[in-house]
Design a binder for this molecule. Structure first.
Ligand code: ZN
Length: 185
């Protein structure tokens, strides 16, 4: 490993053994990762340059301020809760009730390109996880993707599975309300 890979490319701190993310032209330390959006995948990091991530972290600072004017008009609670601000046509998905503590990304409803609910089956097992995916046309975020069920590996005849599936459809319905989406079957 060369010397310039020992420090975070953004803040300069010495890297620890885990929690770092590989960037296109550098490495991001886990403290900087914590400041970035939770919706960035490893692939998203790999595609971004140090300059991109610096811009992203500025966006995250602005997001914290934007949360002050986010007004919840509708809420669907789950492991991840969905919050919708109808007046400003915005939404937030967060694991925490304290959206500012989470610095949950405030996203325009107009940025939604496509939404889907899908299941991932465990290999050699009769259990599944339910996922909700929102594809975005947004400068900083490509998608919001999360597992709906709290505990992984649900049996398809369990109540938890039924609840998770219903919750996912509920997210979909609420996000589509008053929007011009084509519903995908
Ligand atoms: Zn850093």
């Amino acid at each position: 490993m060369s010397d310039n890979l020992q420090n975070c490319s953004v803040c300069g701190e010495i890297l620890t053994d885990y929690g770092n993310k590989e960037l296109k032209d550098g490495i991001l330390c886990r403290n900087c990762v914590k400041l970035a959006s939770e919706w960035l995948s490893d692939e998203d990091y790999k595609k971004r340059t140090v300059k991109d991530i610096k811009k992203h972290l500025k966006y995250r600072e602005a997001n914290l301020v934007n949360l002050d004017s986010f007004k919840v008009s509708r809420k669907i609670e789950g492991k991840y809760s969905l919050y919708i601000d109808d007046d400003n046509k915005l939404f937030v998905v967060s694991k925490r009730k304290d959206l500012k503590k989470d610095n949950a990304d405030v996203i325009s409803l107009d940025d939604i390109v496509e939404m889907s609910v899908y299941e991932k089956k465990y290999q050699d097992k009769d259990t599944v996880d339910v996922y909700f995916d929102i594809k975005l046309n947004n400068k900083e975020l490509n998608e919001v993707l999360f597992r709906v069920n709290e505990f992984n590996g649900l049996s398809v005849d369990s109540d938890e599975y039924k609840q998770a599936s219903e919750l996912a459809i509920n997210y979909l319905d609420e996000l589509m309300k008053d929007q011009d989406f084509q519903e995908e079957v």
